[in-house]
Ligand binder design. Structure first.
Ligand code: LMR
Length: 344
């Protein structure tokens, strides 16, 4: 077919600008690794599954990561986020990460107890004195060592995302240690949390996060412990009567990826991944602090919960009552680790 001269010039112009655009922007070139080629037309799909709502700090940061990652790779990567245990819940997310059925999860630190019992450091009663100590721990040598302990399980710890301090709630009074006697509480996982309630004369039952509201509603358990934001976004005020602002433990997340999968990522995608994760982490930590305060206000304003502020005297009593947890778990969690946190 013969083109008029002007058409020929135009098509040359279009073609050369397309070539220029491709050469100038590395992100639009296909990325390849191990025979796989990723492009805008055939993107690498990354699944990010978690158990909290989309409007929790974890949920919003997962969506932020999606936005950043897709933007940084010019569409060569597509991130699918699955909140509220839609894809995997507490019981199966770790296993599916190891199997490669999901590429990113961000479980609460406690839920890694089966892989390394030292993760229960976050559950040692009243150990972390403030948020600064938590940040120093995870961004420092101690936290890094703990995360790296997962390497041999084909899991790579990428970042710590915050939620906040835990507090107790129940349908029955919980102002002082004696009140806990005979009550039953939902726990996330692990023997340390079980021992914590045992020290108070209470029972404990591990229940997946996605089933906790119903367990409280049906009175399978009397109470639970969680952050303000989790209580707020899960609407626990509807099924609990008392909230004690105890700050007795931490609930934060470790963002985890399948190690083999991550190690094999094409270099340009890996670079974009690391940068997107760094930005999403900064975003998440700032948001978690804001939402912790906002959620506490929401819980107070719900008028459904009686808020009991932990007095210094009551705090001292709780600390004393829970000393047995340290006697029992110092070896399991590690004296070095515990002493290290105390020094932060
Ligand atoms: C819980 O099970 O209470 C939390 O770990 C849920 C979460 O991911 O914040």
């Amino acid at each position: 077919m013969k083109f008029p001269k002007s058409m020929k010039a135009l098509s040359m112009l279009v073609l050369s600008s397309a070539l220029l655009a491709t050469a100038g922007c590395g992100s639009s070139k296909p990325s390849s690794s191990g025979g796989e080629q990723y492009s805008k037309e055939k993107p690498l799909v990354i699944k990010f599954s978690h158990v909290t709502t989309a409007d929790s700090p974890k949920g919003k940061a997962a969506d932020k990561f999606k936005e950043l990652m897709e933007q940084k790779t010019g569409g060569k990567v597509k991130v699918e986020t699955y909140p509220s245990s839609q894809l995997y819940g507490d019981k199966d997310e770790l296993e599916n990460l190891q199997l490669g059925n999901v590429q990113i999860i961000a479980p609460s630190v406690t839920k890694l107890v089966g892989l390394n019992p030292q993760f229960q450091i976050v559950d040692m009663p009243f150990l972390f004195k403030n948020r600064e100590a938590v940040i120093k721990f995870w961004d420092g040598e101690l936290g890094n060592k703990l995360m790296n302990s997962l390497d041999s399980k084909n899991i790579k710890g990428i970042a710590m995302w915050e939620n906040g301090f835990k507090h107790f709630t129940s349908n029955k009074p919980i102002a002082k240690p004696e009140d806990f006697k005979g009550q039953k509480f939902r726990t996330q996982a692990g023997k340390v949390l079980e021992a914590q309630f045992k020290a108070l004369g209470a029972g404990a039952a591990t229940i997946p996060f996605g089933e906790t509201y119903t367990a409280l509603q049906q009175k399978t358990v009397d109470g639970q412990e969680n952050t303000f934001n989790n209580m707020d976004t899960q609407k626990y005020a509807e099924v609990q009567k008392y909230l004690l602002t105890s700050e007795h433990g931490r609930l934060d997340y470790v963002v985890l990826v399948n190690k083999q999968w991550y190690d094999k990522l094409p270099q340009d995608i890996k670079t974009a991944f690391d940068a997107a994760m760094k930005e999403a982490t900064e975003f998440e930590r700032k948001l978690a602090v804001e939402l912790d305060k906002k959620s506490f206000e929401n819980l107070k304003n719900s008028k459904k919960l009686e808020i009991i502020n932990l007095t210094p005297e009551a705090r001292e009593k709780f600390v004393k009552q829970m000393e047995s947890v340290y006697n029992e778990f110092e070896k399991v969690v590690g004296k070095d680790l515990i002493d290290g946190v105390k020094k932060l």
